[in-house]
Design a protein around this ligand. Structure first.
Ligand code: 6PG
Length: 246
């Protein structure tokens, strides 16, 4: 199921995302005893993390049963200011009682083959998916770039068409650096996908993604489509400016 909800401002987007995180986590813990989430980088997700680290949200999550992964990472050390791990640690993880063993960062500094092996292994140890199967996150958190990228699946790159990998390390031509990303099949196997989009700079891409012609290589967010789960777009009015009226 796919839906889009518009909010008057970005803060309302973050509040809705926090409330959904709490509901999804509570349901996951009740059903399976744990809650798994893949975090996104970016300034929009950061605002959500800061909210979750504060009252009243902080105390509504069972952090002892929460497992945190990342949807993508930069090719940097964990203490680098570009690191998605560092951003999430500073804005959320250092403020909540999540056991360190339940934080599963992507190693941005290793050899590509080792990064893929180790992160694949970390996911397999948690999800225990069948050989050839897919990890199934309870919650996949995504932002969207002005070019329609999600995680580190960038336009015109092989990541858009790679339907066999789980973890991809590759040189992003637009950035001139390597990125590490979960693949679209892993993203699409999540039970719940939340894409948070805020600000007028995203309005053009959001229109193309949702109402433009189907061209996922140009707008990778078009390829986000849950296999057996729910996708909810949480957007503010500024980002929704070009969308047809509700
Ligand atoms: C990253 C993110 C990336 C981000 C979008 C939106 O590592 O940068 O994973 O996909 O979510 O670029 O970022 P903003 O919310 O900062 O625009």
């Amino acid at each position: 199921m796919i839906s889009l909800i518009r909010f008057p401002d970005a803060q309302s987007v973050f509040e809705e995302a926090a409330e959904r995180w709490i509901r999804i986590a509570s349901q996951a813990v009740a059903e399976s005893g744990s809650f798994s989430v893949a975090l996104s980088g970016g300034s929009t997700p950061r605002s959500l993390y800061e909210l979750l680290a504060s009252a009243p949200y902080r105390d509504q999550v069972d952090w002892e049963k929460t497992h945190v992964f990342w949807g993508d990472e930069r090719r940097v050390a964990r203490d680098d200011e570009q690191s998605n791990y560092r951003m999430a640690y500073e804005s959320l993880l250092s403020h909540v009682p999540i056991p360190g063993s339940q934080i599963h960062p992507i190693d941005g500094m290793g050899l590509s083959s080792g990064i893929v092996r180790d992160y694949d292994d970390a996911m397999w140890k948690h999800f225990r998916y069948e050989r050839g199967g897919w990890p199934r996150f309870d919650l996949m958190l995504l932002g969207m770039g002005e070019d329609g990228h999600v995680a580190s699946i960038f336009p015109g790159t092989r990541t858009v068409s790679d339907l066999s990998s789980r973890v991809i390390v590759y040189q992003v031509p637009q950035l001139g650096v390597e990125r590490i990303t979960l693949s679209l099949p892993v993203i699409n196997h999540a039970r719940n996908i939340l894409i948070m989009v805020a600000g007028e700079s995203k309005a053009a891409a959001l229109y193309e993604v949702l109402h433009g012609e189907a061209q996922p290589s140009r707008y990778p967010a078009q390829a986000v489509s849950p296999v057996d789960g729910e996708l909810v777009w949480l957007v503010d009015q500024a980002a929704a400016a070009n969308l047809p009226p509700e």
